[in-house]
Design a protein around this ligand. Sequence first.
Ligand code: SF4
Ligand code: SF4
Length: 477
Amino acid sequence: MVTSFFEYPEPLQYIENRYIPKKLDGGDYVVTIDDGAWALLSKSEYNLLKTHRVSEDPELFKKLENLGIILTKSNPGKIVDDYSARFAHVFNGTSLHIVALTPRCTQRCLYCYVNPQPLSSKGFDMDEDTAKKVVDFIFQSPASTITIEFQGGEPLLNFPILQYIVEYSKKLNKKYKKHLAHTVVTNLTVMSEDILNYLIKSRVAICTSLDGPKEVHDKNRRYLGGGGTHDDVVHWIKDIRTQFAYNVHALPVITRFSLPYAKEIVDEYMGLGLDRIRIKHIIYCGLARENWDKIGYTPDEYINFWKEVLDYCFRLNKNGKKLLEGTSVLIARKLLSRDYEAFTCLGWPCGAALSQTSYNYNGDIRICDESRSFEEFKIGSVKSDDYRSVYTSPKALNAVALTCGLNSLCDACVWHPYCNNCLVSSFGQQGNPISKLPLDYDCKIRKGLVDHVFKTLVYSEENRKILLEWCSTKFGV
Ligand code: SF4
Ligand code: SF4
């Protein structure tokens, strides 16, 4: 008589874990399980798994037992540990706190994911009282690591509040003793030596957008009154790195205008001495949604572009140059380790309302930064809610449930342990956060990305070496 889950009758020897198979072009199969383990199987091995005859091949039995793809009397403890490691980030509390200091901006980029306000607009800057409440709210998070990221509009237009938050959070942290970091995401157009000196002195990391050479960047990123911003951004990237010996990270957002310039965009980064490039696609929100006819592309067009960038980066590395492509690293790390860094937008669940949250200038709390242009994703306010009530609210819990990879969109997808659907993108594209699979733009892009990184790791010896070297590089991407 079987009296508990792990008591198998001898001839059975094992039961299958929940696995998802996918047939690869060459005839092999990949099977993945929820904790991220996967195995590449020949057709005959896959048939043994499928027909419950793994015991006929002792080597395969051992391999699948080790991976937790089959459950035996020996491996339940290991499987529990593997699942705990994989989902550790779910229980850590919110660590990335994005504070939008103002929606005012010097620019009006074609793909801006918020709705930027003109410079002269009044009543859109975060005030000190709200900033204090934001920081007090942030420190209610149980996370041991807290990153406060300043966003806009252009956050440096409200520099006194940036300073206030840096100083007040450092002061509070004397009591809480968390790993506290600050980052500003700036278009660099209102940077000055005074501001820069403060950022350097306070160890605020600097990130910016550089969409490539002038002919690409200036199409996407223009001043409000007209005129491209490329020269000013490049001037400050060079200055910060050389005159001030401080690091600045940049990333290019890809629009239709970028598609013919894969090589030139990478060369621009190389030319500035940057050692990484993380290609970013646009999603259906903010101005990108309004301008889709002008700047949008199909998922296939984007994936082909990204592959071109990646191939070029591999070629450069083979020739002794050092430049890594960040999206491939993020995905490869997830495919190769259970202890992957939770990174919002490519996590399972994604970070929305879980490891990431966003605070608008007026204290409204949103599930993630990209969701700021949709009122529907508001989950509370620092003025009226505390951490516990926000994160146990039906809205926050629904957001997590919808990005957990086990919804109707993702539960049968082989890549769900390394991915998730983007409810902000689905909402922007289809008017519903619960996506209709065949239509989902972001899913097609994500599928293309994970598929290609997987194939690179499995089938391309030379590129795998480079990718593994990138993965071991000690920095986030
Ligand atoms: S909802 Fe979309 S944009 Fe927001 S964190 Fe998740 S994947 Fe990223
Ligand atoms: S978003 Fe698409 S590719 Fe990603 S897990 Fe869901 S179904 Fe799979």
